[in-house]
Design a binder for this molecule. Structure first.
Ligand code: PLP
Length: 287
């Protein structure tokens, strides 16, 4: 029996059902999902899942894609078309499709909605329940592996959006100790009050930026002093200069943090020099 998936308003053969390459679910994990059990073609714990869905959407400020009645019709129709008597129905709602950029897309961008359903043999579950199953402990690293350049970027896009809504360009994450870790899509740097360059070490839970690595070579070549050591928000406020690095952003001066001017509130000379040197080298060595 061929399976069918609901994708943004139409029912499609499961094997051909696709979302756009720039769907934010695919690009950023910027979406939510629910799963209902299906018993004899009917949805179990219906209200609980629907309520949690709305809560998740509200928390992420993703528009409610359709009324409960309309969504229920889609869930039931997907179950029916897949001839699922017993199994599950899966719903995913993402912030929709837009040119890839961390901040939220323009208001009115329609969320993407996909629904799939699959049969699960009750007999198999019963057999398993009779014997019981084993459990293995694992460290809870949800998500403590920011050293991996994963597409699980939901916290990053929420931070970037918060920055944009506050009139800032980038967000800098701060850890439990009040120390800056990195930017939402960049590495963070200061020229501290003593004139020393500082950026956090990569033993910490941050992405080891390639721009950061190249810049460190340039800094050494220039005979500038670099301290790979975390700095606090207070350190940033006292710093002479601040900037952030990433592919695309290169070396971008930060002139204020949380509304407080950094240095004299203008891009600093070391930052601008490093930007120039970085751009020269990157251009020259690009292959
Ligand atoms: N930190 C985070 C969280 C990033 O997403 C990025 C780039 O996307 C960076 C740092 C900078 O990395 P790179 O210089 O390799 O672009």
């Amino acid at each position: 029996m061929s399976r069918v998936a609901y994708v943004n308003g139409t029912y499609q053969p499961h094997g051909e059902a696709v979302v756009h390459v720039e769907d934010r679910g695919f690009q950023f994990a910027d979406g939510v999902y629910e799963v209902w059990s299906v018993f004899d073609g009917r949805l179990a714990d219906f209200d609980g899942h629907m309520t949690r869905l709305h809560r998740s959407l509200n928390e992420l400020r993703i528009d409610i894609p359709m009324s409960v009645a309309a969504l229920t019709r889609v869930l039931r129709e997907t179950i029916r078309r897949n001839r699922v008597k017993n199994g599950i129905v899966y719903l995913q709602v993402t912030r929709g499709t837009a040119r890839r950029d961390h901040p939220f897309p323009a208001p009115g961008t329609p969320p993407s909605v996909i629904v799939t359903a699959k049969s699960i043999s009750p007999a198999r579950g019963e057999a398993q329940a009779k014997k019981g199953v084993a459990v293995l402990t694992q460290p809870d690293i949800r998500w403590g592996r920011c050293d991996i350049k994963t597409v699980g970027l939901l916290p990053n896009i929420l931070a970037k959006q918060a920055a944009r809504e506050a009139g800032a360009y980038e967000a800098w994450f701060v850890d439990d100790m009040g120390l800056v870790t990195e930017g939402s899509s960049t590495n963070a740097w200061i020229v501290d009050e003593h004139g020393k360059l500082r950026t956090r070490d990569t033993q910490a839970n941050i992405l080891k930026g390639c721009t950061r690595t190249t810049l460190m070579t340039l800094i050494e070549e220039q005979g500038l002093e670099l301290d790979e050591r975390p700095f606090s928000v207070e350190d940033v406020k006292r710093a002479r200069e601040a900037f952030f690095t990433a592919a695309g952003a290169f070396v971008t001066p930060a002139i204020s943090i949380d509304g407080t001017k950094i240095g004299d509130g203008k891009p600093g000379p070391i930052t601008l020099k490093l930007r120039r040197l970085y751009l020269e080298r990157a251009r020259r060595e690009a292959i």
